[in-house]
Design a protein around this ligand. Sequence first.
Ligand SMILES: NC(=O)c1ccc[n+]([C@@H]2O[C@H](COP(=O)([O-])OP(=O)(O)OC[C@H]3O[C@@H](n4cnc5c(N)ncnc54)[C@H](OP(=O)(O)O)[C@@H]3O)[C@@H](O)[C@H]2O)c1
Length: 377
Amino acid sequence: MKSLVVLGSTGSIGRQTLEVVGSQKCLKLVGISFGHNTRIAERQISYLKPRYVASLKREDSLKREFPDIKFFCGAEGIEEMLRTADPDYVMVGVPGIAGLRYSLVATEIASRICLANKETLVCGGQIFLESVKKNRVELLPVDSEHSAVFQLLEQWNKPRRILITASGGSVRDMDVEALQHVSPAQVLKHPVWSMGKRVTIDSATMVNKGLEVIEAYHLFGIPQDRILTLICRNSIIHGGVIYDDGVVKLHVGWPDMRIPISYALNYPVRQVVNKEFDMNSVSLSLEPLDEKKYPALSLAREIVGQLSFQIAYNSADEVAIEAFLSRKIKFTDIFKVIQSAVKRVDPCDPSGYNEVMEIDRVSRILAMEEVSKCSSQ
Ligand SMILES: NC(=O)c1ccc[n+]([C@@H]2O[C@H](COP(=O)([O-])OP(=O)(O)OC[C@H]3O[C@@H](n4cnc5c(N)ncnc54)[C@H](OP(=O)(O)O)[C@@H]3O)[C@@H](O)[C@H]2O)c1
């Protein structure tokens, strides 16, 4: 049985991964990491009993409660836990650029990386992919759209285009004027998926789709103008591939993240996750996505392949979301903050992790300057 470490175990992806592993009994869970959610982590540890646990802060009470488990703390601790646990598979369910560091370590250790953290490809690009190649790691996408495309690609035929769908997020039916006044609580109510805060807000601004276009470009080596984005309101169609002979293959199924998680963990085998899909009970329909309403998606398309801009796009979004959640800026300011950082950051081609983190640092400063401007207006 292969061994597994789950990074970000207390989050949306992490909890669903543990659910899949617990019900399928397909892998041996040897380690977990989390940030600050001690309550959920405690339940996971007592139920699944991993040998190694890492958290961002010191967890003295957990150490006392579970004396047989080895604990690590801090970002270095999470890295050390990964190296000590030495798993076959790693699930990267940490959000933001923080995930890049762990994904890079995972390439040196694991034979398979199940990648939920899209920022690894957005901020690490070729740096990450070269390490994957050098270490002969299998890279399995967990994002539902990329998992769908991965499952539809054919060995002998190149796709003409690929399709990734978007639900449209929580404010999809509001007009641009009304978007000025939406509150964090309104934006956090996603119509289909239950996800972490950042990805939920990113779904509403379409930054998420922007990050996913960039992710698809790196993952599948397809230019951005051949990556279609369409709205699928019920998230039943996850992705598609269009071939030269006119055939379109669509990936259809329940909007249930446990399905791509299970696929990544068990590939190439499919395990039971959900009840059989009922074709009669749902409508299959796609709508055009108005890129004018979602300038963040158009901006992502403009910067694809330029790593310093991709990093700035992500870092500024992380800063802007925090400012929006603490009501310092309006929902519509999120794009302004991202645009400003991308415009002002120096174009360059970082060759390693430290250079990526330096661009991240500078971009955050630029983003914070724009946040101050927006909040004083
Ligand atoms: N959720 C989805 O359905 C979904 C779908 C596709 C892709 N993704 C991607 O998957 C990633 C995770 O998303 P999520 O929705 O699962 O996020 P989430 O619910 O916010 O969970 C994040 C997890 O990572 C931990 N964490 C947060 N910051 C960390 C840091 N700096 N270092 C180490 N651990 C940290 C959190 O710990 P604590 O909570 O204990 O503090 C939690 O366990 C994101 O990149 C997202 O874009 C998610």
